[in-house]
Design a protein around this ligand. Structure first.
Ligand code: AMP
Length: 217
């Protein structure tokens, strides 16, 4: 199976789609946000630095993220294909990542851009809930994404939590960072002829169908 990169504004549903793809196609799911969240829980200088940056909605430095990703990709389990969720976030990360893949002789795969308007995703973050155990994402404001039992994960019954960066102030910062740092990747990958775009406010199921159409093409 090919590797898949998902590019999207914050809270556009990358995590949800990655989880669906990972279970249907048996692909590993690498979320740099999750890698950083777990690094930020260490009570050392690096952990505190990462935690602080994430709380403001800014990007963690390319060096730290690339180092974490390189460590992760060295594991054999990623050889059968993986979904990258939240990486690359900058053109510099993309360039370094492409060089890293060339060294490791790994193909880049498909790059999919979820093009969703700002007002739609802003509404979504208000209700977003995440399972800290299996990382399933829910939304208690959107009927189709509500957990079956209030506050509990459908898959593993763990108590759902709200991410610390899911508030309006942090969202606005994250969106500005996205426009400035991440959106230029659309043009970067488009020029390489490997970008597919899914546009508009589609349901989770319809977005997934579109992604499947692209990766099975
Ligand atoms: P996410 O879970 O992908 O929404 O990411 C949450 C936060 O983690 C972001 O707002 C950034 O502070 C940080 N982050 C995640 N991925 C990256 C990345 N590739 N580069 C830099 N910072 C990142």
């Amino acid at each position: 199976m090919k590797n898949i990169i998902l590019i999207a504004p914050p809270a556009a549903g990358k995590g949800t789609q990655s989880k669906l793809l990972s279970s249907k196609y048996n692909l590993a799911h690498i979320s740099t946000g999750d890698l950083l969240r777990s690094a930020s829980q260490k009570e050392d200088e690096m952990g505190n630095l990462i935690k602080h940056i994430m709380e403001t909605g800014a990007l963690v430095s390319d060096e730290i993220v690339l180092e974490l990703l390189k460590d992760t990709l060295s594991d054999e389990k990623y050889k059968n294909g993986y979904i990258l969720d939240g990486f690359p976030r900058t053109v510099n990360q993309a360039e370094k990542y492409i060089s890293m893949l060339e060294e490791l002789d790994i193909p880049l795969g498909d790059v999919i851009f979820l093009d969703i308007p700002k007002d739609v995703i802003k509404k979504r973050i208000v209700g977003r809930l995440v399972c800290p155990n299996c990382k399933t994402v829910y939304n208690d404001q959107i009927e189709e994404n509500k957990p079956k039992l209030t506050g509990l994960c459908n898959d593993c019954s763990t108590h759902l939590i709200k991410r610390e960066d899911d508030n309006e102030q942090t969202f606005n910062n994250r969106y500005d960072v996205y426009v400035k740092e991440t959106y230029p990747l659309v043009d970067f990958f488009d020029k390489k002829g490997i970008l597919s775009t899914i546009k508009g406010e589609l349901s989770v199921d319809d977005t997934f169908k579109e992604i499947e159409r692209i990766i099975n093409d």
